[in-house]
Design a protein around this ligand. Structure first.
Ligand code: HEC
Length: 196
């Protein structure tokens, strides 16, 4: 009888643990995804285009813990990849508002070769910017009118063109890939950035 009781308790405990876990799985906890060494190594050509269909995961890149949430294919062999620091992604998932100090990254790629990285950081509700070479991360941001002017087009989404893609990526746990048939910095219709 005693053994039966113990077995029942154990069984109940297992059920409890299972259920709690599966409930947690329903929301995407981006911070628990482990970084993999060598992910997104710019010298590895396989880490370019195809990663667009990948699951969201936290990686260490540019000396920070970041996640890729989008890829925008532009005219020709040119594409851009968007990242955000993982802590801000977590906060955004919970509140729907970009938190202070959030950093957005824009990688520029021509085929397999990576060019300049652009960053924008939300400081005191203003966006400050910088750009650096992939091997020399530099987080010293300042207000830059040239960035601001064009990004103002996306003011309905906090001046972040790809914000709707971030929402979708976090909810689906997948990097969102879209096409914008324009060259380099030229924006597409804002509807394009709503994604698929
Ligand atoms: C002429 C317009 C234009 C200018 C100027 C511009 N951007 Fe952008 N930026 C875009 C567009 C459009 C996107 C969305 C991706 C795409 O379609 O290329 C984008 C995306 C970004 C992103 C990813 C987050 C987001 O908003 O989607 C970052 C980071 C970024 N730009 C940084 C900068 C920085 C830093 C500067 C100034 C040095 C700058 N941008 C200047 C048009 C511009």
């Amino acid at each position: 009888m005693n053994i039966l009781f113990r077995l029942l308790t154990l069984f109940a405990l297992i059920i409890l643990i299972c259920c709690t876990n599966s409930r947690e799985d329903d929301s995407i906890n981006v911070s628990v995804v482990e970084p993999k060494d060598g992910d997104y190594d710019s010298s590895d050509s396989s880490s370019t285009k195809n990663l667009g269909e990948d699951d969201i995961r936290v990686i260490t890149k540019y000396n920070r813990k970041i996640i890729q949430y989008a890829q925008v294919d532009k005219t020709g062999d040119y594409f851009r990849r968007m990242f955000i620091d993982s802590a801000s992604a977590q906060a955004f998932l919970q509140t729907g508002i970009v938190p202070q100090s959030a950093i957005f990254y824009l990688e520029t790629w021509f085929g397999n070769s990576q060019s300049t990285v652009y960053i924008r950081q939300k400081n005191n509700s203003e966006w400050e910017s910088n750009s650096f070479s992939p091997s020399l991360p530099n987080y010293q941001v300042t207000f830059d009118q040239s960035c601001q002017g064009c990004h103002f087009t996306a003011r309905s989404t906090e001046s972040v063109f790809t914000l709707p893609l971030l929402t979708k990526a976090l909810n689906r746990g997948k990097i969102q890939v879209i096409e914008c048939n324009q060259t380099s910095f030229n924006p597409c219709d804002l509807k394009t950035y709503q994604g698929n």
